[in-house]
Design a protein around this ligand. Structure first.
Ligand code: MN3
Length: 206
């Protein structure tokens, strides 16, 4: 069964100036859609027409099929990313708050670490908050690379730092975009859900 473009879990105008309608129209409607279409073209050619998305990503990596890996991983990364955003202001609570306090010394310090990683990542990629050996860790992965292809890296939260994520609203100001996103638009309830280790499944399909 072909992969589909997941619906956004909020209206395109939900984020005001933080993320514009036009950004969603391009980022979701054009960029993400293109990764879906290309994966649907390349996966059957690789004999993976019936595999789940997570399996396509892992087998493309194992088999050195870079075009399929790039498109399938970007399909998954964006499907996860939309769920990391919420127009409702939230803060980490409960077990997540305890892990944030233990690992970073507080919410503001976690945001600073995420901002530094996202802004400092050279060229295209994704900043990640992951669970690694029971502890929170901030890291980044380059281009289309994804926690799905990394054993033991359980995804909790991601920030897209490809230029297409911010160029419409922020031009070249990646830092401005990242700051606004982290301050106003993170779905900490979703991040907390992913502490169960099943984050990969929440953006999987097929
Ligand atoms: Mn993107």
């Amino acid at each position: 069964m072909p992969f589909v473009l997941p619906e956004l879990p909020y209206p395109k105008d939900a984020f005001g100036d933080t993320i514009s309608v036009e950004t969603f129209q391009y980022h979701h409607g054009k960029h993400h859609k293109a990764y879906v279409d290309k994966t649907n073209q390349l996966a059957p050619e690789a004999g993976l027409g019936d595999a789940r998305l997570s399996a396509v990503i892992r087998q493309a990596r194992a088999g050195g099929n870079q075009p399929l890996f790039n498109n399938a991983a970007q399909l998954w990364n964006h499907s996860f990313y939309w769920q990391c955003l919420s127009p409702e202001q939230q803060q980490p609570e409960g077990r997540l708050k305890a892990l944030v306090d233990e690992g970073f010394g507080g919410h503001e310090a976690l945001l600073a670490a995420l901002e530094k990683e996202a802004v400092g990542h050279f060229a295209s990629g994704w900043a990640w908050l992951v669970l690694d050996g029971g502890r929170l860790k901030v890291t980044s992965l380059h281009d289309a690379d994804s926690p799905v292809a990394h054993e033991g890296m359980q995804p909790l939260l991601t920030v897209d730092v490809w230029e297409h994520a911010y160029y419409v609203d922020y031009r070249n100001d990646r830092a401005g975009h990242v700051k606004a996103l982290l301050a106003n638009a993170i779905n900490w309830d979703f991040v907390a859900q992913n502490l169960d280790g099943n984050g990969v499944s929440r953006a999987d399909q097929g």
